[in-house]
Design a protein around this ligand. Structure first.
Ligand SMILES: NC(=O)c1ccc[n+]([C@@H]2O[C@H](COP(=O)([O-])OP(=O)(O)OC[C@H]3O[C@@H](n4cnc5c(N)ncnc54)[C@H](O)[C@@H]3O)[C@@H](O)[C@H]2O)c1
Ligand SMILES: [Zn+2]
Length: 667
């Protein structure tokens, strides 16, 4: 009974972390900690086979597909990989392979590949042309992200001299370290939660509903696995890699054929040392039995192929001393404690600051100035303090690191509600806050003002040249000549950068304004739905709540924002300065905007994809299952259970004819 309880508790815990990781792309624990939980569960299940369950996390790949996308069933299952953390575990695997292959198993060739920390993507080519791009999902069905995938330049839309028969090429979509860091620093400026690693950032990007956002993120791609295909095209993994490369699909040039397992381990050692010379993150080495006929004989378990193994590198940690616990002031006045460190080398870079997240975290860690701490850099994120390894010998310990006054402006510091963890500076004119807000406004994902980085904003604020967003648009070229290192040319460029930003679409402006809870995605949805700033400003709370992707927090924050006197003054000033404040390119339709559609059954006049496109291009969304949030279910011939579900939940039902009228396809 005890064991059963423990197993159930572990499963619940693991499922929680899987949801955080696969669906929200915001893990709360490190991969190693997650893998340890999973291993513990696996061991318990092996010891108590009577409590095994088919839906246990030990037997399932990934997580449920994310809502908001249509799903596709993979023609062949997409698997996870088994992990090895030591060379002993690699040797054990080598022996299992030998045993399973019998006489042929003593001599096996391997292909060793870098394990890039990205997202698995399945590309289906039909007649040599890219037909579907899908994510792994739960391995059986995944999110259809074709329109996002098509914006990735590294992925060819047509194969050069490839097979005409259907073929599935699988590989890793990923982000360079630099693009990942840029993306996170933009998010930091916007006070959005940071992505823990490039993989979460890539997943978050591929799951955005707007392909434009994806194209801006510059994702990369390397093919590494074969899905469904006609028989006889390839004889080995190496052969597959070479052939797809010749058809124009990028593959990782570092892969190596290894004659035996010793060579494989050399390769692992080499890359463990050299991993930081790459401009993308790898978290290990994938070892594959090279010959496809041997792979077939080895087969797969429910979760992973027996012919492959992932060797995972140790986590990137280091220890050092905290010199001081400083406090930084964010855009909304939130105070964040930062540990200033004795510089230490960790995973190829020198670290001198680490985040402590909030003041509760300081208490939880029991950390003080002068302590030696363990740091971890997961991916390239700002390093975090994991725990105290040795307490300071000297010096009085502070009872609290919460400052009485704002370190920037000296105003009072408050905690809005007792249950909140954040302390804030109450002064909206606090120079540190104004600076952060302007940096965010000018950042790449917002108004994208060329030449207006942190240093420039800082000087503009300190010299009292700007106090609010609209002041930027009243600066003359001569004003910039007062800034450090500014000469004629640079001043001219910044001036032009500012002028150019006036034309940015409404979505960028909304994001830049830093309205609470309005991130990039919500800004896009709002801009798409209302089209102009005036219509958005007039929206009632109900109008906002009626939008499928908008929840209560966003709705009331947007409503409040546009009903403030300062906001209408600001918008007036923007208009006077000639800002665009419209969302172009969307034939937004009032009937469809913000509505959620579900399709079931066959349509006569439209393909499913064309029908979905009609919805999304008019500001609506398509989801795969019917819920209370569904606005319409479009029913074709031979509808499935979604039709019954729609009737049960009293969701409006449209036939094809009515749907085409609604979209303006038919008059
Ligand atoms: N921190 C958390 O809370 C949390 C939660 C869930 C999962 N995870 C992490 O995610 C991992 C499980 O995810 P997973 O099932 O995707 O396994 P995985 O990432 O360990 O391995 C499988 C994946 O590796 C990728 N890959 C990269 N290079 C490859 C190559 N050359 N050949 C084949 N595949 C290659 C593929 O995308 C494949 O899907 C665990 O190791 C765990 O650490 C963490
Ligand atoms: Zn302040």
């Amino acid at each position: 009974m005890e064991a059963k309880k423990e197993i159930e508790k572990l499963r619940r815990e693991i499922r929680h972390h899987e949801y955080q990781y696969y669906v929200l792309d915001q893990p709360e624990i490190s991969d190693k900690e997650y893998d340890d939980l999973l291993k513990k569960l696996g061991d318990l299940e092996a010891k108590h086979p009577q409590w095994a369950a088919p839906d246990s996390p030990t037997r399932r790949v990934g997580g449920e597909p994310v809502a908001g996308f249509a799903t596709v069933r993979h023609r062949r299952k997409m698997y996870s990989l088994d992990n090895a953390y030591t060379f002993d575990e690699i040797m054990e695997w080598r022996q299992r392979v030998a045993k399973a292959l019998g006489a042929a198993g003593t001599k096996v060739e391997f292909l060793a590949e870098l394990k890039i920390d990205g997202v698995s993507v399945n590309l289906t080519y039909e007649n040599g042309a890219l037909a579907i791009g899908a994510l792994r999902g739960d391995g059986e069905t995944g999110e259809d992200v074709t329109s996002n995938i098509k914006t990735i330049r590294a992925i060819p839309l047509v194969l050069m001299d490839g097979p005409k028969s259907l073929i599935e090429v699988r590989g890793e979509a990923f982000m360079s370290r630099k693009d990942f860091l840029d993306m996170n620093s933009e998010r930091k400026d916007s006070e959005l939660p940071l992505f823990a690693n490039p993989r979460n950032a890539t997943a978050g990007t591929l799951k955005t509903l707007d392909p434009k956002v994806v194209s801006r993120r510059r994702l990369l791609f390397y093919a590494h696995s074969l899905g469904d295909c006609a028989p006889g095209i390839f004889v080995s993994q190496k052969d597959f890699i070479d052939k797809v490369r010749s058809w124009g699909v990028p593959v990782n040039p570092q892969s190596r054929v290894c004659a035996d397992i010793e060579e494989v381990m050399d390769f692992c050692r080499t890359w463990q040392e050299k991993r930081n010379t790459l401009d993308y993150e790898i978290d290990g080495i994938v070892i594959k039995v090279n010959a496809l006929d041997q792979q077939q004989r080895l087969g797969e378990t429910l979760k992973s192929p027996r012919w492959a193994m992932a060797y995972k590198f140790p986590a990137q940690q280091a220890t050092t001393k905290i010199r001081r616990i400083a406090v930084s002031v964010g855009r909304t006045g939130v105070l964040t404690p930062v540990a200033e460190l004795e510089p230490v080398a960790c995973a190829g870079v020198t670290i001198s600051n680490a985040t402590l997240h909030n003041f509760d975290e300081i208490v939880r860690l029991g950390v003080h100035e002068g302590d030696r701490v363990l740091l971890e850099r997961a991916g390239d994120v700002i390093p975090k303090v994991v725990k105290v390894v040795a307490q300071a010998h000297t010096g009085a310990k502070k009872s609290s690191y919460v400052p009485v006054k704002c370190p920037s402006c000296g105003a009072a510091v408050i905690k809005e509600k007792e249950e909140e963890v954040a302390y804030r500076c109450v002064n909206p004119l606090c120079p540190a806050q104004v600076e952060r807000r302007l940096i965010h406004f000018a950042s790449r994902a917002a108004m994208d003002i060329e030449g207006m980085g942190e240093a420039v904003v800082q000087q503009l604020v300190r010299q009292k040249l700007v106090r609010d967003f609209s002041d930027i648009y009243h600066l003359a070229k001569n004003d910039f000549l007062k800034l450090e290192l500014f000469k004629e040319k640079k001043a001219q460029n910044l001036y032009e950068g500012i002028q150019q930003s006036k034309g940015r679409p409404l979505s960028r402006l909304l994001f830049g304004l830093g309205i609470r809870h309005v991130g990039e995605k919500a800004a896009e949805v709002l801009a798409r739905t209302f089209g102009t700033v005036d219509r958005l400003a007039e929206a009632t709370l109900d109008d906002l709540l009626n939008i499928h992707e908008v929840g209560e927090a966003i709705a009331s924050s947007v409503h409040d924002f546009f009903h403030r006197k300062e906001t209408s003054i600001l918008i007036g000033k923007f208009r006077h300065a000639g800002l665009n404040m419209k969302e172009p390119g969307r034939q937004v339709s009032a009937a469809l905007a913000g509505k959620a559609f579900v399709f079931t059954g066959e349509l006569k006049h439209l393909t499913r994809r064309a029908a979905e496109e009609l919805v999304t291009s008019r500001g609506g969304t398509v989801t795969s299952s019917v819920s209370k949030k569904t606005s319409f279910v479009v029913v074709g011939e031979n509808p499935g259970s979604k039709y019954d579900q729609a009737r049960k939940l009293n969701v409006s039902i449209l036939d094809e004819e009515a749907f085409r009228h609604m979209t303006g396809e038919k008059r």
